[in-house]
Design a protein around this ligand. Structure first.
Ligand code: GRG
Length: 324
């Protein structure tokens, strides 16, 4: 409230005052976003606890590894996007949180598998030993597999939405994003990138598949749940497309400039593996500029939603400013 009054008091009179006004608005936007992301992160912990309860069955070790790989960490960006877009269409939180959790299960599965010795051989994830370090390699493979299956089980459950057509649309969208022309296809290109020199177009495709498709489905899921019309669904896809690429460039920058303790995972791995990234092609400065451009472009796609999309706009600014 005080910050709002402050904005009103300094209504632009000069260039300097305009800058101050902008700074205050950005600060307000980020504070609102942080609160909203923290809220979703808390709700996600509860939702994962409910959808992945501990067990004393003989396969408890597998469930423990799934819980270890999903609970207690991460920015929960994809769940936030799913919940925020669903909120825009007035969808109940009980539905959107189940969808957000399913998407996070797929994300966590991909991180667990990406960290395996046969892939990136990561030792640290979300500030803790990776799943294969904490348990063992075979358990990490199985935990990832079981999380992927659980994601679709959750979406197909009538508790997620009463209309089977909506549930099928959600299953189809997540399957597409997770599959050969999504996450897994992107990971394949990523592995090939260690031995092949990719041009900018192929790197863009790699990143769109590996990172962008899951971010896109998180945004689209809210629209599917809210039975949004085609133009609104397309606007969200376009927003997510630019957001995903901006997010990936920020991730590449963190891999070079971030400190392991802040980022919570091993850094410097792309350069060590000789992988082509946006930075190896564009250089640091142009990559940073490109990320800022994509973030601004992402916001433009939201015009159709007016102030309803304020949190998504803030998220586009957040992904390029983040330190973790
Ligand atoms: C193994 C099928 C398979 C896919 C792996 C997700 C992925 C594809 C690789 C992860 C490696 C990586 C660093 C990708 C870049 C972008 C990315 C997905 C970063 C991790 O996502 P964040 O920052 O992580 O949202 P948190 O921990 O906050 O959830």
């Amino acid at each position: 409230m005080a910050a709002y009054r402050c904005v009103r008091l300094i209504r632009s009179k000069s260039k300097k005052e305009n800058i101050v006004l902008q700074l205050v608005e950005t600060h307000n936007q980020m504070t609102g976003l942080q609160a909203a992301m923290a809220e979703v992160a808390t709700l996600m912990e509860d939702s994962i606890q409910v959808l992945l309860p501990p067990t004393e069955l003989p396969e408890a070790k597998l469930i423990d590894a799934m819980r270890y790989g999903t609970l207690g960490g991460g920015k929960r960006l994809r769940p936030f996007l799913a919940v925020a877009t669903a909120d825009m269409f007035g969808v109940s939180r009980s539905c959107s949180l189940r969808v957000a959790t399913a998407i996070e299960f797929v994300h966590c599965y991909s991180l667990i598998h990406d960290d395996l010795p046969s892939m990136d051989d990561g030792q640290l994830r979300r500030g803790r030993p990776t799943v294969h370090k904490q348990f063992d390699e075979a358990t990490a493979v199985l935990a990832g597999d079981a999380l992927l299956a659980r994601a679709f089980e959750v979406l197909a459950d009538p508790d997620t939405h009463e209309d089977p057509r909506v549930r099928i649309a959600l299953v189809a969208a997540l399957a597409r994003a997770a599959g050969a022309h999504g996450l897994v296809g992107g990971q394949m290109l990523d592995l090939m990138g260690e031995k092949t020199e990719f041009n900018e177009a192929t790197i863009t495709r790699l990143q769109r598949l590996k990172t962008g498709e899951l971010i896109a489905v998180a945004c689209e899921a809210g629209a599917i749940l809210g039975r949004a019309d085609a133009p609104r669904r397309m606007a969200l896809r376009n927003y997510a497309h630019d957001l995903g690429l901006a997010f990936q460039i920020a991730d590449d920058l963190l891999d070079i400039e971030g400190r392991e303790n802040d980022v919570g995972k091993s850094v410097g791995r792309d350069a060590t593996a000789g992988k082509a990234t946006f930075i190896s092609i564009l250089g640091l400065d142009r990559a940073r500029e490109h990320a800022a451009l994509l973030s601004a472009q992402a916001c433009k796609h939201l015009a159709v939603f007016d102030r309803k999309a304020a949190l998504l706009e803030a998220a586009a600014n957040f992904v390029i400013a983040r330190r973790t």
